[in-house]
Design a protein around this ligand. Structure first.
Ligand code: THU
Length: 159
């Protein structure tokens, strides 16, 4: 038996340290929390994606009285971008969450299903999808969604 370690590197940025395009999607993700439909959880999540061609799409979580019928902000936004631009890779996604009259102190953690769905974009387009997680204390930046989903399952896993 041997013990192996899987190491994830996360960079903590202050907003001013981010490049302008990344500042733009973080700001949009924060703004989008105001457009969330979350009457059940009161947990408003916003997301914005930066496409490889420079375009930006944004969205928010959409809840439903039948709870599982709702959808997280990340997938709402990513699927919208994919539907509009099926041939353009998503370069980066920014996520923010607002609840109890404030943004979260710690960077928001995307759910497992969203991590898996975002990962599909990496294997679909063959390039990393960067992730920016907003919190009041700073923004976590990861180079690839794979970093948030170690030992992941993709189409390559079936070959
Ligand atoms: N939610 C997101 O939009 N993204 C996540 O990554 C975590 C959870 C939403 C789903 C639901 O509308 C609310 O937050 C509470 O779970």
């Amino acid at each position: 038996m041997e013990t192996q370690s899987i190491v994830t590197q996360v960079q903590l940025y202050q907003f001013e340290e981010l490049a302008p395009d990344y500042q733009k999607i973080v700001t949009l993700a924060k703004e989008q929390t105001g457009k969330s439909y979350s009457p059940y959880s009161h947990f408003a999540v916003g997301a914005a994606v930066l496409m490889e061609n420079g375009e930006i799409f944004a969205g928010s979580n959409q809840e439903n009285a039948a709870y599982p019928s709702g959808l997280c902000a990340e997938r709402t936004t990513m699927f919208y971008a994919n539907a509009q631009r099926p041939d353009v890779p998503i370069k980066a996604i920014a996520i923010a969450a607002y609840t109890n009259d404030d943004y979260l102190e710690d960077p928001v953690a995307p759910c497992g299903a969203c991590r898996q769905a975002l990962l599909e974009n990496e294997s679909r387009f063959g390039q990393p999808l960067q992730v920016l997680l907003y919190g009041k204390k700073g923004i976590y930046f990861v180079e690839s969604i794979k970093d948030l989903l170690p030992l992941c399952f993709t189409k390559e896993s079936m070959q």
